[in-house]
Design a protein around this ligand. Structure first.
Ligand code: GLU
Length: 559
C-alpha cells in the first residue's frame, strides 16, 4: 500500500461518518468581498461566566481596528474546553459588552442567539467542520491517531526531563504513534483504545520562524516541532486547531488576542500552512495590570483578588458606559487623550485608532484615574441624561432610591441640575452609586443631621448667625441679594464680610463671610462642601429651611 492509499484508508477508518469535504465549507463560507484593506477581527472568549476587564479591553481593540478600516468585528464563543465552561457562560460576556456599548457586527449575541452568515459562531456547534478538515489532514498524511495514555505521556515527559531535553513534548523520535501501521491502528481501534488526532509536524529543532506582530514588530522564535493534538479523544478540537479552522472560514484578517498566546504562534502558523490557509496578521495585546495594594508591585488584575477585574463590577457600581470606554481608550492608545482634547464631545468610538501605535507593555488600570475621567464625562451630561441614567441604575440596584427619585421627577431633575449645564460644571460624581449620598440632604428620608462646626466657630456664634439669618433671607432674592444678605450679617455678629481684611487682621474678627456661609450651609445640609447654596435653598423650600435653621440653632444651644 503506498502512502496515498494508506492515508485515504486511515482517514476513512478514523472518520467514517464525515462525508463533507473542505471544498463544501469553502463554498459555504465564501470570501466576504470587502474592500481592499478592510480588516476582519474577532473577539473569541471562552464562556467562563465571567468577563474580565482585559476582555473588554481586547474587544474594544477588535471593534476599533475593524471600524477604522471599514471592516467588521465578530464575537465567537470558544467552548471546546468543557472543563472551564459553565452553564450559560455566554451571557456574562454579551451582557458586559452591551452594558458598555461594545457592538459586534456579527456573531454570538446572547445565550443561544447569533447573527451573521459565517456561523455557527460557537465552536461546539462546528465540530463537523473541524472533523472534516481533520480528515483531510489525515488524507494528506499531515495528521495521525495517537493512542498513548496519560500515563505514557507523563512517563515520556519524565524521561525527556531526565535526559535534559531542551524541548519536551510529543515529537520526532519520541512520537511513538507516528508510524503505526494500518493494522496496528485497526487493532487499537478494535480494542476500543481512546485516541487523539495529532498533527504530523515537519518542523525542525534548529530552524526559526519570524512573524510580524502588529503591536510588537518582528518576532523571531524556534519553529514548532511538536505533534500537537488537533482533536481530543471525544472528537472535540483543541483551541489551536479550532481557531485555525474558524479564522479561515470566517475570513479573519487580524487575530488580535492576549500576549499569553505569543508562544503558540509557531504552532498556529504551522497549522494554517498545513491546512493550506493564508496565515492571518497577528497582534498580541498587553495585559491589564495594577499596582498591588500591599506590595506595590505591578501585577496582572486578578479575578480572585480584584473586584475591578470583572466588567460586572463597573455595572454594579454604576459607571457610565462612556466613562469606562473613554478610560480604556486612554490605556489602549497614548494618542487618545490628545485626540479627545481636540475633539470634545465626539463619541469615543470615532477615535481613529491605529493598532500599530498601541503600546506593547502592560497597561496600568487605575481606579483613581477612571474616577477622574468619569467625573469629567458626567459633568458635561445634562440634568435630563443624569436623571435618566441614575434612575436606570437605581431601578436595578437600589429600588428604594429609585422610588425617592421618581416621586417628584421635576424636583429630582432640578436637584441634579445644580451647577450643571454651564461652562464650568462641577465634577463631583464619578458613578451612579454615589448619587444617593451626594444629594441625600434634599430628602428627609435620607437626611442625617450633623452640625459639626469648623474649629474656629463657637456654637454660640453659630446659633446667633442662624437666628439672624432665618429672619432676613427670602427665596425671592436673586443670587447677588442673597449673598449680600449673608455679608450684611457679618459685622453685627463680629465677623467681617471682607476676607482680605480678615487675613490682614485676624485677631480683630471672629471670622469672615466664608465662615458665616459655612455655618448656614452646615445647618441646611449637614455638609461643609456642597454645590451652590442659593440653588439648594430654592429647592429645599421655606418650610424646610426654617425647620433646619431652627433645629441646628437648638442643637448649638444645647452644647
Ligand atoms: N479562547 C481564547 C481565550 O479565551 C481566545 C484566544 C484568541 O483570541 O484566539 O483566551
Amino acid at each position: 500500500m503506498d502512502n496515498t492509499e494508506f492515508s485515504a484508508s486511515l482517514a476513512q477508518l478514523l472518520f467514517p461518518d464525515i462525508d463533507k469535504t473542505p471544498e463544501y465549507y469553502e463554498e459555504m463560507y465564501p470570501d466576504r468581498g470587502l474592500a481592499e484593506g478592510a480588516r476582519v477581527t474577532r473577539f473569541a472568549p471562552s464562556p467562563t461566566g465571567y468577563l474580565h476587564i482585559g476582555g473588554l479591553f481586547g474587544a474594544l481593540v477588535d471593534v476599533l481596528t475593524a471600524k477604522v478600516s471599514g471592516g467588521l468585528a465578530y464575537l465567537r464563543i470558544e467552548d471546546t474546553d468543557k472543563k472551564r465552561e459553565i452553564d450559560d457562560g455566554v451571557s456574562a460576556i454579551t451582557n458586559g459588552m452591551k452594558a458598555f456599548g461594545v457592538e459586534f457586527d456579527e456573531g454570538v449575541t446572547g445565550f443561544g442567539t447569533e447573527k451573521g452568515n459565517y456561523g455557527p459562531y460557537t465552536q461546539s456547534k462546528r465540530v463537523e467542520i473541524y472533523q472534516t478538515i481533520a480528515k483531510s489532514l489525515v488524507e494528506k498524511g499531515l495528521a495521525y491517531p495517537c493512542f498513548c495514555s496519560a500515563d505514557e505521556l507523563s512517563t515520556l515527559r519524565e524521561k525527556q526531563e531526565a535526559d535534559g531535553a531542551a524541548i519536551t513534548g510529543y515529537f520526532g523520535k519520541y512520537a511513538k504513534c507516528r508510524d503505526l501501521t494500518l493494522d496496528e491502528i485497526k487493532a487499537n481501534l478494535d480494542a476500543g483504545k481512546p485516541w487523539v488526532l495529532r498533527f504530523r509536524s515537519d518542523g525542525s529543532e534548529d530552524k526559526r520562524i519570524t512573524f510580524e506582530d502588529m503591536i510588537r514588530g518582528k518576532i523571531e522564535m524556534p519553529e514548532n516541532i511538536i505533534d500537537e493534538v488537533l482533536l481530543k479523544s471525544d472528537g472535540v478540537p483543541t483551541y489551536h486547531f479550532a481557531h485555525v479552522c474558524d479564522d479561515h472560514f470566517m475570513h479573519t484578517t487580524h487575530v488580535i488576542r492576549g500576549e499569553e498566546w505569543i508562544s503558540s504562534v509557531p504552532k498556529h502558523i504551522a497549522l494554517f500552512k498545513a491546512c493550506g490557509y493564508k496565515v492571518p496578521k497577528y497582534a498580541h495585546t498587553p495585559q491589564v495590570m495594577k499596582f498591588d495594594d500591599e506590595t506595590g508591585d505591578k501585577r496582572k488584575l486578578s479575578k480572585r483578588k480584584d473586584p475591578e477585574a470583572a466588567v460586572s463590577y463597573f455595572v454594579d457600581e454604576g459607571f457610565p458606559k462612556e466613562s469606562l470606554i473613554e478610560y480604556l481608550l486612554t490605556l489602549i492608545s497614548s494618542g487618545f487623550e490628545d485626540w479627545r482634547r481636540a475633539n470634545p464631545g465626539v463619541p469615543a468610538m470615532d477615535y481613529p485608532f491605529n493598532l500599530k501605535k498601541m503600546s506593547s507593555s502592560g497597561c496600568l488600570f487605575d481606579l483613581v484615574k477612571l474616577n477622574d475621567v468619569s467625573k469629567n464625562v458626567i459633568s458635561v451630561m445634562n440634568a435630563e441624561t443624569v436623571y435618566e441614567r441614575v434612575c436606570e441604575w437605581a431601578k436595578e440596584f437600589d429600588g428604594e432610591f429609585y422610588g425617592v427619585l421618581t416621586a417628584d421627577l421635576v424636583r429630582s431633575k432640578a436637584i441634579l441640575n445644580i451647577d450643571r449645564e454651564n461652562p464650568k460644571p462641577r465634577k463631583d460624581i464619578a458613578k451612579w452609586s454615589e448619587v444617593k449620598d451626594y444629594i441625600s440632604y434634599f430628602f428627609n428620608e435620607y437626611y442625617q443631621a450633623d452640625y459639626t462646626l469648623p474649629e474656629n466657630i463657637s456654637p454660640a456664634d453659630a446659633k446667633a448667625i442662624l437666628e439672624a439669618y432665618s429672619k432676613v433671607y427670602s427665596l425671592d432674592d436673586d443670587k447677588d441679594t442673597w449673598f449680600q444678605k449673608i455679608k450684611d450679617l457679618c459685622a453685627p455678629l463680629g465677623f467681617t464680610p471682607n476676607v482680605k481684611e480678615f487675613k490682614q487682621n485676624p485677631d480683630a474678627f471672629k471670622g469672615h463671610v466664608g465662615d458665616v456661609s459655612s455655618v448656614i450651609r452646615i445647618a441646611l445640609t449637614s455638609r461643609r462642601n456642597t454645590p451652590d447654596l442659593w440653588s439648594i435653598m430654592g429647592l429645599l423650600g421655606d418650610g424646610e429651611i426654617q425647620r433646619r435653621l431652627a433645629d441646628a440653632a437648638a442643637a448649638y444651644e444645647r452644647i
